[in-house]
Design a binder for this molecule. Structure first.
Ligand code: CS2
Length: 506
């Protein structure tokens, strides 16, 4: 009998790393770029090289490049990470290539994305973001830097000029924040007499383009009024609505990519099959993004409100309620029939009526969402979806809540979602340690919880008065306070399922 004490050496070294030389040898079922990625130029500068960008804009851009042939090669993406170097380090040896795995209950589809012409780690980049933005070849700048990346004052939605990161960027040669980098790049563009690129915010903010424009103008005005006026007149910031569920990548996803490709990919991304991108029409050259499913419209607002309130708002409800019920992912949470009824009621009877689209369109979107959220092949962790809630609550829950209160509509699901969000900060693991929660206001929120420990009414009033998060007083605030106090108290005393059933009147 032949035995091997050590495996043959080819078994150790045979796994190659994905790069351009592997493309032609990939298994037949794996779609790959229908252009030569080595020939791309960088017509797009992107800030925030995370999973969402790589599962969304990069795929749509890949389709646009493919559709245009050689003319499309100008639309490569120079994709920058602003803080961490994990993604640039993983993508550099792969020449920007990575696998996009689309998963549903029916199976998966994998494609190698080659639209990223260059991966940049901004803090160590010799050229710097400002010089890249001011390069006349850059015609479009896209951003996915999350709500936190904009340094907005929650009440006014204007730049929080007092934030230390913004203060540190004023006058800095190489600003570290996205807003600072945009302003520095636009100043170079103006000084060189070039036409500025179009700036496309792809984050889930209300009126994201207009909001970003205001924040950029606010920053510019702190340095140079003339620059702020020039930006106001010359730079387009179209509004957009972006939609695709893309959880963060884990080891099992890397293992799956290896299995599918036969070569190692250190930075695959996973997404649901659904994709939507609605962009306000703008002037100037652009990729033919329609080829990848984008739509250009004159008014993005109805799409954006529908998406923020129905998808992102329900995500928040499911994240907090799901966490309290002990579920790990959004799909697990919504597979619980009681939680599913709560989510559906929240969408149809509370968030839905506040959305300015036809009843038919809204119902159609909600029907689709119920199955998207339940996609068992997407492991979207509740802790991740729930992070930074103090910054997301306003657009996703509080704006529709104000509207509903003014209409005198009952909002038991919204009240429960807010109570669950507050309770979430008190979550402990089995060893009794506070669960790690990511939120810029976490310390303050935990302090408010401690200060109101034994008194649900005081807690409800204290939170509703916390204007950093809740803004101005709500309509009928006293009534809301007593309902919220009841929900807070119930969540302390009873099992979450009993509380949901009571709230649904079941
Ligand atoms: C989620 C979004 O984490 C979150 O805040 O609600 O990332 C959501 O998955 C996307 O907006 C879907 O388009």
């Amino acid at each position: 009998i032949e035995t091997h004490t050590t495996p043959p050496s080819y078994a150790i070294s045979s796994v190659r790393r994905l790069d351009r030389t592997c493309l032609s040898g990939l298994p037949a079922g794996i779609r790959r770029p229908r252009f030569d990625p080595a020939k791309l130029r960088s017509g797009i500068l992107h800030l925030g090289c995370g999973a969402f960008h790589r599962a969304h804009q990069a795929l749509v851009t890949q389709r646009a490049i493919e559709a245009e042939g050689d003319a499309g090669l100008r639309w490569g993406i120079s994709s920058a990470s602003l803080v961490r170097r994990t993604t640039p380090d993983a993508l550099a040896p792969q020449q920007g290539l990575y696998t996009l795995i689309e998963r549903s209950a029916e199976g998966c589809r994998a494609e190698v994305i080659g639209a990223i012409s260059e991966v940049v780690h901004a803090p160590s980049d010799a050229r710097g973001l400002a010089a890249r933005l001011a390069d006349p070849e850059t015609r479009i700048v896209t951003l996915t830097v999350t709500d936190r990346g904009y340094f907005l004052d929650p009440a006014s939605h204007r730049l929080d000029a007092g934030d230390p990161a913004i203060r540190a960027d004023l006058g800095a040669a190489r600003p570290a924040t996205p807003i600072g980098a945009l302003v520095r790049g636009l100043a170079l563009t103006r000084d060189a007499g070039h036409v500025p690129p179009v700036i496309l915010c792809c984050d889930n903010l209300t009126a994201n383009g207009a909001t970003l424009k205001q924040a950029v103008s606010d920053f510019a005005a702190l340095e140079d009024d003339g620059l702020a006026a020039w930006i106001e007149r010359n730079v387009q910031f179209p509004n957009t609505m972006v939609d695709r569920i893309a959880p963060s990548t884990g080891d099992s996803d890397r293992a799956e990519a290896l299995g599918l490709l036969g070569v190692e990919d250190a930075a695959p991304v996973v997404a649901e099959p659904f994709l939507d991108w609605v962009i306000e029409e703008f002037d100037g050259p652009r990729p033919r993004w329609e080829e990848g499913g984008a739509t250009f419209v004159s008014d993005v607002e109805p799409f954006e409100i529908a998406k923020l309130r129905l998808l992102n708002g329900t995500h928040m409800l499911l994240a907090y309620i799901g966490a309290l019920a002990g579920y790990r992912t959004i799909a697990e949470a919504i597979q619980d029939p009681l939680i599913a009824r709560l989510a559906e009621r929240f969408m149809r009877s509370e968030q839905g009526p506040t959305v300015p689209v036809s009843r038919e369109r809204r119902d159609h979107y909600i029907d689709g969402l119920i199955s998207r959220l339940a996609n068992p092949a997407i492991r979207h962790e509740v802790g991740r979806v729930g992070r930074n809630g103090s910054m997301k609550l306003a657009t996703r829950l509080l704006e529709p809540m104000r509207y509903n209160l003014a209409e005198r509509r009952d909002i038991p699901c919204t009240i429960l979602a807010i109570a669950a969000w507050i309770r979430w900060f008190a979550l402990v693991d089995t060893a009794g340690t506070a669960v790690s929660i990511q939120d810029p206001n976490k310390d303050e929120i935990r302090r408010l919880c401690r200060a109101t420990r034994e008194n649900p009414m005081l807690r409800a009033e204290t939170f509703l008065d916390y204007d950093e998060v809740f803004g101005d007083a709500l309509p009928r605030q006293e009534q809301v306070a007593s309902q919220l106090a009841q929900a807070i108290s119930d969540l302390h005393r009873y099992d979450i399922h009993e509380v949901i059933a009571a709230q649904l009147g079941e």
